[in-house]
Design a protein around this ligand. Structure first.
Ligand SMILES: Cc1ncc(COP(=O)(O)O)c(C=O)c1O
Length: 397
């Protein structure tokens, strides 16, 4: 008797981690692998700020029990205050904490649409969204990000892909995998389309403090949208270099609270899973209210690594790269004789030991080929990786 996993589970895949299975096989055979595939600063030369760890250690007594399902009061107050500073009015009792924003994304996707309805996702898209929707039998519809305009959302493509079944639109800003921070004008256009078609906006802003150019400014969707329901997601993982803490949160704008029961539904799911990990919740207040020096330092390092990466990528014949202005990713285009970008990524891994994620793992405009790299490694590692990518591209031409 073979005990077969459910059909529903077969619908879930996650390219960023799937490629690691292949990389691990190579490592077991004694091959060196350079990992440029996971957006985790802590795997490179970035450390979680000490004051966050101290708050966790200091919570030893109070953090041993279950926490309230929605999260501890002091963290929710600090998060609400943080949103208020960005211009989005939030009351602490409407903030919901999760085990990473990932958990809340899964909850939210299940609560904004019914089976058979659809949610609009960006293409390319961070794959947790495209994993969750089929699991819930919610249809994935995609709008393109426009590579020729530095990967800003293509407004026409949004309009084209809305139909009667569309309930919500996901906006990831700054974006993973393209590293683009969206302009205010683009965001306002999205808001006006959402108002016209009565859509909920789910705005994932987990990289909002990692802006790589001084002229860049991030606009919180919940602050811009007054007459459209918005849920904003954020967390400690990226801005606060604390991926291992698994602390994420969401908050609604006032319009959503007044015109929808979606937050109640998400809170019900949160209660059914008891609570987010308790001790790490104590790091949220010191993170949001304490020193932000680590962000300045991280951005300084990332800017150098971004400049170097974009230069090296654009020097390779058959590869071109838009300059990312936020987060820590680049999404270069491949114009080389390969069947598809998965073949490129697997070939690069097997032959040169460089692990990147194929663009198709994020979805992309039909007929195009890309790969995602992280610009997190120190310059000497990046140099080694780009030398190998260059050799591999040459071997294909
Ligand atoms: C756009 C985006 N949203 C959400 C997440 C999940 O973050 P976490 O679950 O650590 O909060 C990630 C992680 O890479 C991401 O890139």
């Amino acid at each position: 008797m073979f005990f077969k996993a459910s059909k529903r589970s077969e619908k879930v895949s996650y390219a960023i981690r799937d490629i690691v299975v292949e990389a691990s096989k190579l490592e077991k055979q004694g091959k060196k692998v350079l990992y440029l595939n996971i957006g985790d600063p802590l795997k490179y030369d970035f450390r979680t700020p000490e004051h966050l760890w101290k708050a966790v250690f200091d919570s030893k007594q109070k953090g041993e029990s279950y926490a309230p399902s929605e999260g501890i009061k002091e963290a929710r107050e600090a998060i609400a205050e943080n949103f208020n500073r960005k211009g989005m009015r939030v009351e602490p009792e409407n903030v919901l904490l999760g085990n990473g924003s990932s958990e809340l994304i899964w909850f939210a996707m299940s609560c904004v649409a019914n089976p058979g309805e659809s949610i609009l996702l960006p293409r390319p898209c961070y794959p947790v969204y495209s994993a969750a929707l089929p699991f819930y039998d919610v249809e994935e519809k995609y709008y393109d990000l426009d590579e020729s305009r530095g990967w800003q959302p293509d407004i026409e493509s949004i309009r084209k892909n809305i139909d009667k079944k569309t309930k919500a639109i996901v906006v990831i800003n700054p974006n993973n995998p393209t590293g683009t921070n969206y302009s205010k004008k683009t965001l306002e256009e999205i808001i006006s389309i959402a108002a016209e078609h009565k859509l909920v906006i789910f705005s994932d802003e987990i990289y909002d403090e990692l802006l790589l150019d001084e002229k860049e400014k991030h606009y919180c969707m919940g602050a811009l949208a007054k007459d459209v329901p918005v849920i904003v997601a954020n967390g400690l993982s990226k801005n606060y270099l604390a991926t291992g803490f698994r602390m994420g949160w969401i908050a609604p704008n006032e319009f959503l609270l007044q015109n929808s029961d979606i937050m109640d539904a998400i809170s019900r799911l949160a209660r059914a899973r008891l609570c987010a990990v308790h001790p790490f919740q104590y790091a949220i207040k010191p993170a949001l209210e304490g020193s932000k020096k680590h962000i300045k330092d991280a951005v300084k390092k990332l800017r150098k690594r971004r400049d170097y990466s974009v230069k090296r990528l654009n020097e390779i014949k058959g590869i071109s790269c838009q300059k990312p202005n936020a987060a820590f990713y680049a999404f270069p285009k491949i114009e080389l004789p390969v069947k598809d970008d998965k073949e490129f990524a697997l070939g690069l891994l097997r032959e040169k030991g460089v692990c990147v994620v194929h663009g198709s793992g994020f979805g992309q405009k039909q007929g195009t080929k890309h790969f995602r790299i992280v610009i997190l490694p120190p310059l000497n590692i990046l140099e080694e990786a780009f030398n190998k990518i260059e050799e591999f591209a040459r071997s294909l031409r």
